[in-house]
Design a protein around this ligand. Structure first.
Ligand SMILES: *Cc1c(COP(=O)(O)O)cnc(C)c1O
Length: 372
């Protein structure tokens, strides 16, 4: 008889908990209209040019994609003004995170450093790889403890994760502080990569001022990840990319599964890069609606943290119910928001910035919850 014996890292694993899906909630509560504000998806949906490109290439899916996704790499190199040799693409940033951990860190010899709380995938994939993790608490206001992170870096550290703007808080550090941090890491250990996840950077009030990629000031020990899942609206197709030191990018291509970026994702990515009107409208919607939600939630007595991303972190006014209760009440009204228990933040809530009608419906539901 087969006895399924797992690696100890897998036995003990708590999997990633995604936001609830619309289908799940529709079935559970018998609702017809559902608003999802739980996974930071694009508030305007899918670009029409992307939809045309997918339809146009539907007949090509019997083919394998071309190795190395050269057209997408070329388009991204032009988009960001960086060398093709420094670019990699993957099946979402998730694949890039997972693969860089396995490329850079040997489970028996190395460590990885990140904040606590942080995007759940960094610790989960580090654990699966068996690489020990050293975590530094965020400060009370959710800003980064750069000194604490730096003190966790030693000669064994191969990778430091930083998310700017951060998830789930939306905190965005000044670029000078990030540059100094990169310099400090390199002084301590020149085998250590600072991997900056800029998944939400284009939503920042001033992307050029905040981003190392957009500002063209990447030190040689820095890698930057970006994604098509958020401002480009392709979360369901799985497409992410990174700008890396060239030697590392080369190793990435050698280790990546040959066809992890599929034909439709590649065509959709190319189309998304050309649809500047859709992208501008997305950024405009997020910036305007973020300011409105921020003000209105504050006016309702909530504590709201300033956010440079397409979501807001907030806490209910004292004595006005629990995050869990608020979550369930909104769910019954057909609105999905995100609890943060898996980030060890049981009394906080994260809400994605929706379109104008969605945000209005969310605020109406919050007003009604808080005046019950
Ligand atoms: C959403 C998100 C991503 C994007 O992941 P994909 O795999 O590209 O969908 C990456 N990093 C963070 C912090 C995110 O919140």
């Amino acid at each position: 008889m087969y006895i399924c014996s797992l690696r100890s890292q897998i036995e003990a694993l708590d999997p990633y908990t995604p936001g609830l899906s619309i289908d799940e909630i529709r079935q559970k509560y018998g609702l017809t209209s559902i608003i999802k504000m739980a996974s930071n998806e694009n508030p305007l949906g899918t670009s029409p040019l992307v939809q045309e490109a997918i339809a146009r290439h539907a007949g090509d899916v019997f083919r394998y994609p071309r190795g190395g996704n050269p057209r997408l790499i070329e388009a991204l190199a032009n988009h960001h003004g960086v060398s093709r040799n420094s670019l990699v693409v993957g099946n979402g940033s998730d694949e890039i995170i997972d693969l860089l951990i396995r490329i850079l860190a040997d489970p028996d010899k190395h460590t990885i450093v990140c904040s606590n709380p942080c995007f759940a995938l960094y610790p989960i994939q580090s654990r699966i790889a068996g690489v020990p993790l050293r975590r530094t608490q965020l400060k009370e206001d959710f800003s980064f403890d750069f000194e604490g992170l730096l003190s966790s870096v030693d000669e064994k550290t191969r990778l430091v994760f930083l998310t700017t703007p951060d998830n789930p808080s939306g905190f965005c550090p000044e670029r000078e502080h990030v540059l100094q941090f990169a310099k400090d890491i390199s002084k301590k250990n020149d085998h250590c990569l600072l991997l900056i996840d800029e998944a939400y950077m284009d939503f920042a009030p001033d992307e050029k001022a905040a981003s190392l990629l957009a500002g063209h000031c990447m030190p040689d020990n820095v890698g930057i990840m970006r994604t098509f899942s958020k401002s480009f609206g392709l979360a369901g197709l799985r497409l992410g990319y990174a700008v890396l030191p060239e030697t590392l990018a080369n190793a990435f291509w050698r280790a990546r599964l040959p066809f992890s970026v599929n034909i439709l994702a590649e065509e959709a990515g190319l189309a998304a890069l050309t649809d500047t009107a859709f992208r501008e409208a997305t950024l405009e919607t997020v910036r305007t609606e973020r300011a409105r939600l921020f003000e209105e939630l504050r006016a309702l007595g909530c504590t709201v943290w300033p956010s440079a991303a397409n979501y807001l972190l907030f806490a209910l006014p004292k004595g006005m119910g629990s995050a869990e209760d608020c979550f369930t009440t909104l769910l019954q009204a057909g609105i999905i928001i995100r609890l943060l228990k898996s980030y060890s933040l049981p009394s906080h809530i994260r809400v994605s910035i929706g379109n104008t009608q969605e945000n209005t419906a969310f605020l109406r539901a919050m007003r009604s919850y808080l005046s019950r």
